[in-house]
Design a protein around this ligand. Structure first.
Ligand SMILES: C[S@@+](CC[C@H](N)C(=O)[O-])C[C@H]1O[C@@H](n2cnc3c(N)ncnc32)[C@H](O)[C@@H]1O
Length: 183
């Protein structure tokens, strides 16, 4: 658990206090390839553009599993953890898979196959030779980024709770944030 929870008042701040330093450590100010993120409505899309605005990346791909959350034509209607569409040269995956029971039910994620496919596609034309994969758990999945996938190696795995106050209800909650670098 994070010790000084008062330091993490809002979800975005909490995420960024951990996620941004992790990106800084592994990417710094290098020019990178593509980024995969979650959320298809205006708020979700803009949150991710804003969260990654300090990075010099090629293109951001927005995934959304729920049709009713898709507000832009370019949003890809797929499970970010098990996509069929092939995207190459991916250096950052920020899978913020919040939602609830409906999402959990719809995900039906075949972990190993999905991960191997994402990594295989991400490493095609991957100039930096790494994929920074961060998973923010909003559906109660077990930790999976500490596992081995195919022949891909990994380093610097972390898992932590993120504490945040809900803007609307003033309730304090926590979610798990995991990260790893594949290479
Ligand atoms: C917690 S919201 C966060 C959106 C955005 N990342 C933000 O910070 O505002 C997660 C969004 O991703 C969608 N989502 C949840 N699980 C997903 C998955 N496995 N693949 C694609 N989209 C997913 C949800 O429907 C929701 O719109």
């Amino acid at each position: 658990m994070i010790e000084d929870i008062g330091k993490y008042p809002y979800r975005d701040v909490a995420v960024n206090n951990i996620y941004h330093p992790y990106l800084e450590k592994h990417i710094g100010n290098k020019k990178i390839g593509n980024i995969l993120v979650c959320g298809g409505n205006e708020g979700g899309v803009n949150a991710e553009i804003d969260r990654h605005k300090h990075l010099d990346y090629e293109k951001m791909y927005h995934y959304e599993m729920m049709k009713y959350n898709i507000e832009y034509d370019y949003v890809i209607e797929e499970n970010i953890l098990n996509p069929q569409l092939e995207i190459n040269n991916v250096n950052v995956i920020f899978a913020d898979v919040g939602g609830g029971a409906k999402h959990h039910e719809k995900m039906m994620w075949d972990g190993t196959d999905g991960m191997i496919r994402i990594l295989h596609n991400s490493f095609i034309n991957n100039k930096l030779g790494i994929v920074v994969f961060v998973f923010f758990d909003g559906v109660g999945m077990d930790v999976f980024l500490d596992k081995t996938y195919g022949n891909y190696k990994s380093k610097d795995f972390f898992t932590t709770e993120v504490i945040w106050d809900d803007h609307h209800t003033s309730l304090r909650s926590s979610q798990r944030l995991d990260g790893v670098v594949f290479y």
